[in-house]
Design a protein around this ligand. Structure first.
Ligand SMILES: [Zn+2]
Length: 101
């Protein structure tokens, strides 16, 4: 059975992408002719496309955006959620050990 390839449209220029990673690379690229990075909704777009994991933390002196792990993601997945002693056994493949989901 053929599964359709999901298509994502850039909300600014309507170009079509096969993955969220490709769409974000398009939007974030300085070589892109798309103007979404200069749109007031850029921070919201980054939040949506990364599922709330990444937040825009301002710009440097050259005008490039700085990105951080969002406070919400740190509260959910960050080091504070790591079980004491769990890292003594080695870091699991999926990263940090989280107490409860
Ligand atoms: Zn675009």
């Amino acid at each position: 059975m053929h599964n359709p390839v999901p298509r994502l449209l850039c909300p600014f220029c309507s170009r079509e992408y096969k993955s969220d990673v490709a769409l974000l690379a398009h939007a974030e690229s300085n070589k892109s002719r798309c103007g979404i990075k200069s749109h007031p909704g850029w921070r919201h777009f980054v939040d949506q496309i990364t599922g709330g994991l990444i937040d825009v933390a301002g710009r440097d002196s050259a005008g490039n955006y700085n990105y951080v792990v969002s406070p919400e993601a740190m509260a959910l997945y960050g080091p504070a959620q790591t079980k004491v002693g769990a890292l003594d056994k080695g870091v699991p493949e999926n990263g940090y050990v989280v107490d409860e989901w």
